[in-house]
Design a binder for this molecule. Structure first.
Ligand code: DX5
Ligand code: ZN
Length: 214
């Protein structure tokens, strides 16, 4: 399993320590960007994102939980991000255009959806988007409980990807931990995002290794 710890739960007074731990153990670094409008919370902006430029040896994945995500695509590309997902809910009929813009910036393009959006909304972008981010909690906060119905959403999307012979990864984000990771792997997840399960653990590196082993 590919594991993408979310920096949202990292120690912001000692970020270099967590960056080094992720470089040594994780597959991808996940950056949660929240604007207080699309989600009822603020996270961090370019003062942090730009400071992290060049510090990761692993790919950086930005998850934009913001209105008008397209305003920031170029800034994230300049900050060295390799994967970027925007929420379908905020793409306002411009999903294909956003994917093309991300590709022209050299980024992998992901489409994220909250738990109340049918996965079928993603089907028109099979063969176009590089990955799909299935939220298994409502976007906005780390440390929420995994919504069990997310497993069926992941399997439905996986079946559709396989039936059509498409190449697209499924990333699952929210409440992921050592108790549900194996079920998510069986359902068809390719990338697991985990914030609190990794950073609130006594030994974050060992949690990452166990998630990778599922
Ligand atoms: C939630 C974020 C997640 C969050 C995951 O809106 O998109 O990436 O950091 O945190 P946990 O793993 O604690 O649910
Ligand atoms: Zn996220």
């Amino acid at each position: 399993m590919t594991v993408a710890p979310s920096l949202l739960s990292a120690d912001f007074l000692n970020l270099s320590k967590d960056v080094a731990m992720l470089n040594a153990n994780a597959d991808i670094a996940h950056l949660d960007i929240m604007d207080g409008v699309f989600v009822p919370n603020l996270s961090f902006g370019f003062s942090v994102v730009d400071a992290l430029k060049g510090k990761f040896d692993i790919p950086v994945d930005a998850h934009l939980m913001v209105v008008h995500p397209e305003r920031w695509f170029e800034r994230f590309a300049n900050a060295g991000v390799k994967m970027l997902s925007f929420h379908w809910e905020e793409s306002r009929g411009r999903t294909s255009e956003f994917i093309d813009r991300l590709h022209s910036l050299g980024l992998k393009a992901g489409i994220a959806i909250n738990p109340d959006i049918p996965v079928s909304r993603l089907y028109p972008y099979l063969g176009k988007a590089d990955y799909f981010l299935i939220m298994s909690v409502f976007a906005g906060f780390g440390g929420q409980s995994f919504i069990p119905g997310s497993l069926d959403r992941v399997s439905a999307l996986k079946r559709k990807i396989e039936a059509g012979g498409f190449r697209a990864a499924i990333e699952v984000d929210g409440g992921v931990n050592l108790s549900n990771a194996a079920d998510l792997a069986r359902a068809g997840a390719d990338i697991l995002v985990a914030g609190s399960a990794v950073f609130n653990a006594g030994d974050p590196a060992s949690v990452i290794r166990k998630l990778q082993a599922v």
